[in-house]
Write a protein that binds this ligand. Structure first.
Ligand code: NAD
Length: 502
């Protein structure tokens, strides 16, 4: 793996867009793509201009209106989706290494979770469309009503930097499965695995020309050009809440929809009657997996006072023992922060927490002596109230806040006291308490005695400022199709005869 990294440093990859079945020549503004573990350049990203975006949307439009994809059979789409699934798994080692070098996520996690899940998305949607159907209603005498789902058209799919291949693959698989064509824009910070996937799909000739197009670049250049483009039909977006609001504003004049997977500040509630060892395992994963840079992190922790002392003691000890370092090493549990801006943000939150009366229980400092790599010590701050900025704002780092509570009513109120509503975690062995709490949490998903789990048959998404729409089986269908009703007269029932006197 180190050889792979050295090769990228010696000869950084040139990453370009892909439009109408061809890679765009290099030459536009180049953006350095950095390995956050070393601070070195591993690729140059050629930024797509508004003209490039226009060509990509044009190619997708042409493929949608005149190409074969939209009217292809379910079996044909299944074959293509499974070919992409197989292609990802056959290249899992390279894609995992590339993801780790670009994001700083530990290799152990990119190989076993992120890349394999990216592949599973294609398998899932290939199976889903095989079983999926519409509805038929026959209640009205002499009439039959059909509900079918038409592809929505040209889908713009915009992804974040934190899990680039896995999250955007879910969008690509869903959009393609329902017969759409796509313009994909990965984050300008972590574009490498998606660009490599496009190469692999191109080499194998899996999709017809123009069905899948790639553009690259910064939000204010390439992103804005996509969201304001008059010829896209929808945007499926995963990223920050402010960006989501900006995109919705750009879509409003065209009365177009956007599916928004946005930020989170998820509460994790540990009741005294929980299986404490298991809750600790779950809380560690919820706070520190993926370097803590997860929308669904359960890093706003509430612990019932009766078990607070032993729980905190173990939580702090395990947090201090986390293995921080080069994400390519098998033993590493916490890799580097994505960039200096994110590192500085985390440090500002440590200061703001201290300034507002929170107590630093672990971390809060840069890790190691070396200036290479943006490592921080996983951090826990105990907060006197839920109103502190560290409890209200998404930090997106290995940074957990901890509050102590005495009763169920109070903790549910505090958990819901948030602008976000992505996930809630409940740890309790009392079934009634767990179910009651799950019902009262205002979030799109609740995990009961469970760390982060994914089931594509269910919908994933947020309430309040965490988003609009759901990704997953029927949620993705709602996102990527237009429901159509067709009403048919079966027996030519008699009609009132307007314009003819009785
Ligand atoms: P971001 O909003 O800065 O960027 C996301 C993407 O939007 C990037 O590709 C960026 O280039 C693009 N973009 C920026 N401005 C744009 C514009 N005006 N028009 C169109 N595109 C634009 O987010 P990020 O920092 O990459 O990702 C982190 C955020 O994503 C966090 O808030 C996290 O919670 C959220 N996230 C949410 C989920 C979820 O499923 N809810 C999953 C992962 C990440």
């Amino acid at each position: 793996m180190n050889q792979f990294r050295a090769d990228l440093e010696r000869a950084p990859r040139q990453v370009t867009g892909y439009v109408a079945g061809s890679f765009v020549p290099t030459g536009s503004t180049g953006i350095d793509v950095i390995d956050p573990a070393t601070g070195r350049i591993v690729a140059i990203l050629n930024e797509s201009t508004p003209d490039d975006v226009d060509r990509a949307v044009g190619a997708a439009r042409k493929a949608f209106e005149t190409g074969a994809w939209r009217s292809s059979s379910v079996a044909e789409r299944q074959t293509a989706l499974m070919a992409i699934h197989d292609a990802i798994l056959e290249n899992v080692d390279e894609l995992a290494a590339l993801e780790t070098i670009n994001t700083g996520l530990p290799l152990k996690q990119t190989r076993t979770i992120h890349i394999t899940r990216a592949a599973q998305n294609f398998r899932f949607f290939s199976e889903f469309i095989n079983q999926d159907g519409g509805d038929v209603y026959t209640q009205e005498k002499g009439y039959m009503s059909l509900v079918t789902y038409d592809p929505i058209g040209v889908c713009a799919l915009i992804g974040p930097w934190n899990m680039p291949l896995g999250l955007t693959a879910m969008k690509i698989a869903g959009a393609l499965a329902f017969g759409n064509t796509c313009v994909v824009k990965p984050s300008e910070i972590t574009p490498l695995t998606l660009a490599r996937l496009f190469q692999i799909i191109d080499e194998r000739g899996i999709l017809p020309e123009g069905v899948l197009n790639l553009v690259n670049g910064r939000g204010q250049v390439t992103g804005d050009a996509i969201s304001s483009h008059p010829d896209i039909d929808m945007i499926s977006f995963t990223g920050g809440t402010e960006t989501g609001a900006r995109i919705l504003k750009a879509l409003a004049p065209g009365i177009k929809g956007g599916a928004m997977e946005l930020g989170g500040k998820s509460a994790s509630i540990v009741f005294a009657d929980a299986d404490i060892e298991r809750a600790l395992d779950g809380v560690m994963l919820g706070s520190f997996m993926n370097n803590g840079q997860m929308c669904l992190a359960g890093s706003r922790l509430f612990v019932e006072r009766k078990v607070a002392d032993p729980f905190i003691e173990q939580f702090v000890a395990r947090t201090r023992a986390l293995r921080i370092g080069d994400p390519l090493l098998e033993a590493t549990e916490i890799g580097p922060m994505i960039n200096q801006a994110q590192m500085d943000r985390v440090m500002r939150y440590v200061d703001s927490g201290s300034g507002e009366g929170a107590q630093l229980l672990a971390g809060g400092r840069r890790h190691g002596e070396s200036n290479d790599g943006l490592y921080i010590e996983p951090t826990i701050m105990q907060a006197p109230s839920n109103s502190l900025a560290i409890c209200q704002e998404e930090i997106f780092a290995p940074f957990a806040t901890l509050q102590i509570f005495d009763d169920e009513e109070d903790v549910i109120a505090r958990a819901n006291d948030s602008a976000f509503g992505l996930v809630g975690y409940v740890w309790s062995q009392n079934l009634e308490r767990a179910m009651r709490s799950a019902a009262r949490l205002r979030t799109g998903t609740v995990m009961v005695n469970s760390p982060i789990m994914r089931d594509l048959r269910t919908g994933f998404g947020g309430v309040k400022q965490s988003g609009l729409g759901r990704e997953g089986a029927k949620g993705s269908r709602a996102m990527f199709t237009e429901m159509k009703s067709t009403i048919i007269a079966l027996e030519a029932p008699a009609l009132p005869r307007m314009g003819i006197a009785d």
